[in-house]
Structures are given as C-alpha cells and as structure tokens.
Design a protein around this ligand. Sequence first.
Ligand SMILES: [Zn+2]
Length: 78
Amino acid sequence: MANVICKECGYVGKSKKITKGSIFIEIILWLFFLIPGLIYSIWRLTTRCDSCPKCKHKTVIPIDSPIGEKLLADIQKP
Ligand SMILES: [Zn+2]
C-alpha cells in the first residue's frame, strides 16, 4: 500500500483497498458452482481499487506523483 492523498477530504496516509462483493458469496460460489465462482473472483479482482479510508471516495492520488505533490503543497499552505 502506498501513501496517498485524497482529493475529496485532503486525507494523507495509507490508502485502503476496497473490494466489491463479498468473500462469503465468493466461497459459496466456489463450493457449489466452480465457473461462476471463477467469474466472481475475477470480477472482484478487477473492480478492486485504492480508496480513501476517511471519506470512502476513490479520489486518491499517490503522494510521489507530480499531481499528488502539488495537492499536498496546496493543503499544507497556511
Ligand atoms: Zn477522502
């Protein structure tokens, strides 16, 4: 996990990986229906993305990117 900055609320810190769906459904599908289980797993993996742990928005940018650095500088201005 990388250090990120949130465009929405200005949160600075570690991002949170948010995965859609549920691990419970995934296990059930795998146990009873192999193919839907596989599709469900792939869908969950592909929709997984970094999110802000504070406001839950997906508007997080890595701090070490040029845009992230600019945002951080803007936020830290008095
Ligand atoms: Zn946020």
